[in-house]
Design a protein around this ligand. Sequence first.
Ligand code: AOF
Ligand code: ZN
Length: 357
Amino acid sequence: MGRALDLAVRGWGRVAPNPLVGAVVLQGGTVVGEGFHAEFGEPHAEVVALAAAGARARGATVVVTLEPCAHHGKTPPCTDALIAAGVTRVVAAIRDPDPEARGGAEVLRAKGVAVTFGVLAERAAALNAPFLFARAQAERPFVALKLATSIDARIADAHGSSRWVSGEAAREYVQWLRAGFDAIAVGGTTALRDDPQLTVRGPITPRRPPVRVVFDRRAMLNETANLVKTARDMPTWVMASADAPVGSVALLERSGVRVFRPASLADGLRMLRGAGIHSVLCEGGGALGAKLLAEGLVDRLYWVQAPVWLGEGAVPAFPGVAGAPLPEAPRWIPVERRAMGPDTLLVLDRRLCLPES
Ligand code: AOF
Ligand code: ZN
């Protein structure tokens, strides 16, 4: 299953809103075929793995990160392919909660195929957290907050300089990360000060470039900003408040920016979901990140810790986030810990979104 999960990740940026799925065909403990869902609308992981195994799939066990689908979607049901290949056992990590695709286990069992769930279920659930979140609740998108801090959780020094907190490897990782989200969000002050592109310039070309979203209550962004200049080539949305100056809003709209007028941050996220955004990667600044955290709107942290001490007077990463006594303090779930050159990546989830099996 560990191998199947590693394969599944290779679909990053290319399969959403479908889940990332990997599969391994085992014949007496030997791997005879592997596959993953590589492109939206193209064959599912099991079908690719079965094709690689060929005749060796007869009597084999298929290990797959998600319950095989039982529906005719863009491709025929994986259950049909498994049965036709003569597979006798399926080991799946988690159930598929998708209302159309679900139920593959029952279909397979009715044909005499043994099906079990639960192997590395938590890892499989974390791998597809945005997919599972979207099916469990449609209120808002899955929100991930990316931040790079010092050892003492500061995002900028006492002069406000935040350039190069993290190293090269971590910055490359962010390019990879962006490719897997429906939207990349920043606050208005950050958009003005850093004048970012928020495009994906890494190894993966996403199937759909993420929408660039600026939480800019006062609509301060103007046509001199990179994001506005390129709004006609790359979707750019601004979340302004109801009392943002009408002239500024009109100017943004004339430049091709789509402007929303949410009543609050949570309302803005609801509007994003309504506009088809299932996952958002928030890249700062500190004020937006802290506000999302304080309001309980962060589902995942991608936290890069750099081995530098910025100390007293430097800008804290989490101002205004309420505390709690240790026994009641919210505990996050470590999903990944990885060395990135001198830095350390910590991926933490607020809760586990595990479908019932
Ligand atoms: C699997 N194996 O590799 C994937 C599955 O639109 P379609 O036909 O590609 O179907 C998408 C749905 O199928 C998706 O929502 C999810 O429930 C399931 N994805 N299932 O058995 C796979 N990618
Ligand atoms: Zn399938």
